[in-house]
Design a protein around this ligand. Structure first.
Ligand code: ASP
Length: 344
């Protein structure tokens, strides 16, 4: 499924069409492309079968690479750190992994070759939230988002002013474009110049949710967004209620997939509301995907929308439309990768 096919009626929407034309050609060497379409059958357990087998504290994150992040979160928490520290530092693992081209340092740049990052952080205690979008030059946007939450009366900072804020807060700017990511961008540009119109479906996100023994819930979400995106494009990931939502009384949800298909439905807010009505985390994720598919009047398989969730009791869940989507779950005793419910 190409990115353009996951967007609704691109021919009818000039803005989306521009994004698609800008997006250009498939980055054939991108590992995530293969992961998205991987065979649904593998040795990992189905998330439904293990949903009740974890005890607090528990962490759940998107994708296989979320496992190392969740393990780091556990280490920080069990080492005496706060739940907020645990979630933040877990996400740092993905942000600082140069081989991960969809998050943080080493993320694929936008169409002009500039790495622009989106992230948000949310604490279930009084629904506190912080967010940054189109942030350039800082490898850990999740930390800047947390700082927005903790040190300003605002929720979201964007672009150059988010950069100025990060500098003022003492974060060190650095070049985020690795040689590998630059070469990927060069290949994309060359293919575009040769008239190739295929787009990349290279786009993943780390959404990581944590629940501690006291029932405190915190979540974070960080991404470089769609590879070679239109400069300034912001997806669902830094938008509270779309790429992430935490309700301290109910639970939390996090997203990965085509942001344009998630943010028009406030996907994560919807999941938390479904859990409030009594659905399990997996049922709630699946119900949100059905709602989106119904709104789009298209099969779920065309949408690339994927979610993880947990409730206050410590039940975990996940559902998605990408066959290769996986989630990672870690508690005090276990660490595993699971297969979310697949909706096609
Ligand atoms: N949701 C992210 C975005 O649209 C990308 C992804 O998670 O695949 O920016």
């Amino acid at each position: 499924m190409r990115y353009e096919e996951t967007l609704r009626n691109p021919e009818r929407n000039p803005m989306k069409r521009r994004v698609l034309l800008q997006a250009g050609v498939a980055a054939t060497s991108v590992a995530t492309t293969a992961m998205r379409s991987a065979n649904a059958q593998d040795g990992n357990p189905e998330v439904g079968a293990i949903a009740d087998s974890f005890s607090r504290p528990v962490f759940i994150a998107t994708w296989n690479f979320g496992q190392a992040a969740c393990e780091r979160s556990r280490e920080v928490l069990l080492g005496g750190g706060s739940l907020k520290d645990a979630v933040e530092r877990g996400i740092h693992v993905a942000e600082l992994d140069a081989s991960n081209h969809s998050v943080g340092y080493g993320g694929f740049p936008n169409a002009q070759g500039v790495v622009q990052l989106d992230a948000c952080f949310m604490d279930g205690l009084r629904q506190q939230a912080g967010s940054v979008a189109a942030l350039e030059g800082f490898p850990n946007p999740i930390s800047v988002a947390r700082r927005v939450m903790e040190t300003t009366p605002h929720v979201m900072l964007v672009g150059d002013d988010a950069v100025a804020f990060a500098k003022k807060q003492g974060f060190q700017p650095q070049d985020l474009l690795t040689e590998e990511a630059r070469l990927g961008w060069e290949r994309w540009k060359t293919a575009q110049q040769q008239g190739e119109s295929a787009t990349t479906d290279s786009h993943d996100t780390i959404s990581l949710l944590g629940l501690n023994a006291d029932g405190h819930i915190v979540g974070g979400c960080s991404t470089s967004g769609l590879a070679f995106k239109l400069p300034g494009r912001v997806g669902d990931s830094p938008i509270i209620g779309s790429g992430l939502y935490v309700d301290g009384e109910v639970g939390a949800a996090g997203a990965t997939g085509v942001g344009e298909n998630i943010m028009r439905y406030c996907g994560c807010f919807l999941i938390v509301e479904f859990m409030r009505q009594g659905m399990s985390p997996t049922e709630a994720c699946a119900a949100a995907i059905r709602r989106i598919a119904a709104g789009e009047q298209r099969p779920a398989s065309e949408l690339s929308v994927n979610f993880v969730a947990l409730n206050k009791a410590g039940q975990v869940g996940a559902a998605g439309t990408d066959k290769g989507f996986r989630c990672a779950v870690v508690d005090g005793r276990q660490s595993l990768v699971a297969r979310p419910q697949l909706l096609q």
